[in-house]
Design a protein around this ligand. Sequence first.
Ligand code: ZN
Ligand code: ZN
Length: 610
Amino acid sequence: MAEAHKTPEQRHQMTDIERLRHSAAHVLATAILRLWPNAQFAAGPSVENGFYYDLDLDHRITPEDFAAIEAEMKKEVKANHVFERKTVSRAEALELAKAGRLGALSERERPSVFKIGNLEEIPEGEEISLYQNGDFIDLCAGPHVMRTGNIGAFKLTHVASAYYKGDEKNPQLQRIYGTAFKNKTEMEAYFTMLEEAKKRDHRKLGKELELFTFDEDVGPGLPLWMPNGTVLIEELEKLAKETEFAAGYDRVRTPHLARENMYLTSGHLPYYAESMFPPMILEESEGGAAEKYYLKAMNCPHHHKIYGAVPRSYRDLPLRLAEYGTCYRYEQSGELFGLMRVRSMQMNDAHIYLTPDQFETEFNAVNEMYLKYFKIFGIDKYLMRFSTHDPAKLGQKFVDQPELWKKTEEMVRNVLVKSGINYVEVPNEAAFYGPKIDVQVWSAIGREFTIATNQVDFAVPSRFKLVYKDRDNTEKTPLCIHRAPLGTHERFIGFLIEHYAGNFPFWLSPMQVRVLPIGDEEPLLEYARGIQAELRGAGIRAEIDASSNNIKGKVLQAEQMKVHTMLVVGYRDLEAGNVSVRVHGKGNLGAKPRAEAVAEIIQAAKERRA
Ligand SMILES: [Zn+2]
Ligand SMILES: [Zn+2]
C-alpha cells in the first residue's frame, strides 16, 4: 500500500488530482517490477505537485533509467486496467505478504517485508484492502481513479533516498518522484511554469537587481536590504499607512524585545519557546536578581500592553493599533530559504480590539482591505482558507469556550458568504485561541504563496486582563482580530519579485526614471539635470546616466536594471523642449513635450498605476 499514516477521514478528503497521482505511483511500481521483479516497495503517496514510491532494490535507479521505466508505465496506462479493490482479513493480507505477493506482480521468494510493516500500522478494526491493476497487487486503502487509462500524462522527475517510515534506524530506500496530470496540456503548462519560476527566482533577481543580500557575519536568515530593496519596503509601508489611516487605524511603535514575564503571560513561553531566539540574560540587573529578555517573535503582546495602558470604554472601540513591527523567529537553519523563510521579519501588523457586536462590520472591513490590495498588485487568483475548531478537542487543542467558538465562527462564515469572497472551510485547523484565515495567493505564473493570516482571538485579551467598560458599566473582555494583509516585507517582496519578474510597476520601481543624454556635453547634461530636479522635487526617483557610454550602451544598461522609464535627450529634444520616452519592456514611445511627459510620470506614481 501506499499511505500507512493517513486516517480514513484524510483519505476521504483526497482531491481528484491526488487520487490520480497516487494511482500513478501504483503504475510506477508496476513498471519497475517489470524491469526488476525483485524490487521491494514500501510507501507511495501523492505529494504536493506529484507522487513518489519508496523501494528497495540492488540496482541504483538513476534518471538514465527513467525512459525505460516510463515506457513500461505507458504500456500499463494503455492497457487501461481497472483498479480493483478487494477487502481481506488481516490473516489473508499477512499470508500474501509472506508469499512476497504484495507490492508485486507475482509470488516471490522474499516476503514483502515493508508491506508486513505497513500492515502492522493499520489499527485493529480498520478495514484492510488490496488494490489490483493487471498483475500488480498492493496493500492500499485507496482511493484511486477507476482505471490506469485515467492517468492522462505523467513524468518521472527525480530520485532521492529516504528511511523506511522516516526512521533512520530503518533501512534506507530509494525514492522515485514523478508527477501526473489529467492531460498533456496541463502537464506542459506545469513544466512551463516551473521554467518560468526559475527565471523569476527571487534569490536570483534579488541579487541582479541589488535588492537584498545576506552576510555570514550578520547571520543566516537576516536579510540586509540594499537601497533598491529599501525602496520597495518604503513604498509598501506608504501604501499600508495611507490605507490604514483612511480605515481608522492608529499607529504605534514598540521595542524589539521584552522581559520574560510578558511572554509567560502571553503563553509564548513555554509553548513557542523553540521558535524564539534564546534569551539574553542580564546578571543582577538594577541590583535585583538575574533577568531574561527575549527578542519578540510577535507584536501582539506589546500591542496588548498599549491597549491596557489606559482605561477603555466601549466608546473607544474598535481600537485599531497598527505597526510595521519587526519580529525575530529562530527558524532551523535547514529551513531558511531566501526571503521566504527568514529569522528577522517586518510585519504589516495590526490588532483590532472590539466588542462582539462590532465584529461583522470590522471583519468585513479587513476583508475589503485584502481585496483592495489584490487589485493594486494585480492578484487575480486567491483563496481564503478558513480554519475552524473541532468540538471534540475543546480543552486540548482548542481553548474551552464552546459558545464563543460557535458564535465567532458563525460570524466569520457570514461575512465570507455575504462578501462573495473565494474561501474554503478547513475543520480542526484553527489556532488554539480562535478561528483563523490563511490567505493564499497565486503569482502571475500560477505558483501558490501563503502570504498572510487573519486570526480572531478570544483568549489572549483575557490573559492580559484587557477590559473595557460597557454601556451597563460592567467590565468586559474585548475580542481581538490579528491581521496582516501584506504579510511580512520579506515574504511579500519575495512574492512580488516572482509575480512581476522584477519588472515592478512604476510606483514600486526602485529606479523609476533615468534620463539618458545622447553624449556628455554640458548643455545636454544641464537639460537632463533640470528634468531630474523637477521629477525629484515631485518625489519621483529620477537619475541621470552621465557616463561617456554611447546611447545604445546606456539604454542596454538601464534595460538590464529594469529601470521603468527612460527619458532620452539629444540636441534635437533640447531645442524643441522635448524628451524621447522609452519604457522598460515596451520600447520606444516617441518624443513628447517635456512638461507633458513630466506631468504624466507624476500622475502615474500618484495613482500607483501599473
Ligand atoms: Zn493505492
Ligand atoms: Zn497578533
